[in-house]
Design a protein. Structure first.
Ligand code: JFZ
Length: 463
């Protein structure tokens, strides 16, 4: 006889499989089945490491966006005239000639991320500014270009070094790629003023210029899909690049990519088509579970790229974001912008180490879990794995130890008569009693005096 918990989990799982196939419906059912399996692989991983790294890191400015006149108010507020924008662009475009991250050590990055409990990586192979952090043959505006000092390094092909190091640690590999490329003349014609994030010419009136850009884009994606080992996720940014005015022929691109990477998850962000295999709420957590696969992408600090003295979220905030996201069925893709010298910012590393301490005790309540109603009630979030339920109590800001008791109200998952409840990281079963149709779990004095972790405490309820 299936328990109500199990029925709920199966229904949710089926719903997300249906949604995944709907988001990715293709002619070949077996391709849909393969993709549905890959989406479940992705959903099991839960916690990803996002890195925005490019020539822009040298300025400590926002990635790419300071180039856009129409967005200058938030991305480059000191600019007053278009001439000042042109002077800034000249300086920005020349950053490739000074990019030289002598401390770049991707193995140490991968170790830090693994110890933080992260299980996949997302790396910016090319952002909107068009500077390629990999050895493309399609342009010289690249980290391996002869005018870039770093091109002399054995680790000049940065994306390759990152993917190899993280793959070696068992990470899923995600390639961020911007469909827009403001350095390419097929997107921003240098002979005409570029005012906003879109092509600065009418693509319908100059089809050959746009076609040259489409071919360039497909060629770059083919390089990434065929020369860099196994890639699990192709994360395509710049949602403005879509039909009819900016059609890069996504069906053709996706088919080509999967010829090289048959298991590939494609995220054509905000496109709402079958090539958006999961959705990516940005800098926000949905207020309830979603009926399709999703991943919150979020900066640890104020911006995606490196910012000196950035304002990083607290470890408690980051742990509780992870729990909240996972309880609602999502993944958490947490971003850190590496420094221009190739080191990760020490303050960011400190938080990753502290998150890792929490994950070392409580990871089983996160990885490969699925949501279970009521997802969150009061300060308690719920996750489930098979018949096991995890009730995760989120510490109040002022609290550094678990409460004396945790109440699970009527309707929330609860232990069966005679079954045990445990506190992750603490030996011994805990006492629990019936109360108002729910249960109250008493936490042992020893666990309160000497908590197994900080920020959130996990009650494991086994049938
Ligand atoms: C995009 C980029 O423009 C940004 O620089 C960064 O790389 C981020 C991860 O992705 O920013 C977005 C993309 C989508 C939305 C908002 C910002 N959106 O859908 O609201």
């Amino acid at each position: 006889m299936l328990s109500s918990t199990k029925i709920l989990v199966i229904c949710f799982g089926l719903a997300s499989l249906v949604m995944a196939s709907r988001l990715s419906a293709s002619e070949a059912p077996e391709a849909d089945a393969q993709l549905a399996r890959r989406i479940e692989w992705f959903r099991d991983r839960k916690f990803g490491f996002f890195m925005h790294w490019g020539a822009y890191s040298q300025l400590g400015c926002i990635e790419s966006w300071p180039l856009v006149w129409a967005d200058r108010k938030w991305s480059n507020p000191s600019l007053r005239t278009f001439d000042e924008m042109l002077a800034f662009r000249k300086k920005y475009w020349a950053l490739n000639a000074t990019f030289n991250p002598t401390k770049f050590d991707p193995q140490s990055w991968a170790k830090i991320a693994e110890n933080a409990g992260m299980r996949y990586v997302m790396f910016t192979t090319k952002h909107h500014d068009g500077f390629c952090m990999y050895d493309t043959k399609q342009t010289d505006y690249k980290v391996t270009g002869s005018d870039c000092p770093w091109s002399k390094s054995p680790k000049a092909d940065v994306a390759r070094a990152v993917f190899d190091a993280f793959r070696q640690q068992g990470f899923g590999i995600g390639a961020y790629f911007s469909k827009a490329d403001w350095h390419h003349p097929g997107y921003w014609d240098p002979q005409r003023p570029a005012i906003d994030r879109n092509p600065n010419y009418d693509t319908s009136k100059e089809p050959q210029r746009w076609e040259d850009f489409v071919k360039f884009t497909h060629a770059q994606i083919e390089e990434l899909m065929s020369n860099y080992g196994r890639i699990d996720i192709l994360w395509l940014d710049a949602g403005q690049v879509r039909p009819p005015k900016q059609d890069i022929r996504m069906d053709e691109l996706a088919a080509m990519a999967r010829q090289h990477q048959p298991h590939l998850i494609i995220v054509d962000r905000t496109a709402g088509t079958k090539h958006e295999n999961y959705r990516t709420p940005e800098q926000e957590v949905p207020d309830r579970p979603l009926s399709y696969p999703w991943e919150t992408c979020m900066t640890m600090g104020d911006q995606w790229s490196f910012k000196p003295n950035d304002n990083y979220k607290s470890t408690r905030r980051l742990v509780q974001l992870l729990v909240d996201i996972v309880a609602k069925g999502g993944n958490f893709l947490l971003n850190v912008g590496p420094q221009p010298d190739g080191d990760l910012p020490p303050e960011a590393v400190k938080r990753l180490q502290e998150i890792g301490k929490w994950m070392a005790v409580n990871g089983e309540a996160i990885y490969a879990t699925r949501p279970i109603a009521p997802y969150k009630t009061g300060r308690v979030c719920f996750t489930s794995k098979g018949d096991t339920v995890y009730a995760i109590y989120l510490a109040e800001d002022s609290r550094n130890a678990p409460p004396a008791s945790i109440a699970l109200p009527r309707g929330a998952p609860r232990p069966k008569a005679g079954s045990e409840v445990h506190l992750l990281g603490f030996d011994g079963a805990m006492k629990w009693t019936e109360a108002d149709g729910g249960v109250v779990i008493q936490l042992p004095e020893a666990a309160i005096k000497n908590p197994p972790c900080e920020h959130a405490w996990v009650v494991k309820i086994t049938p």
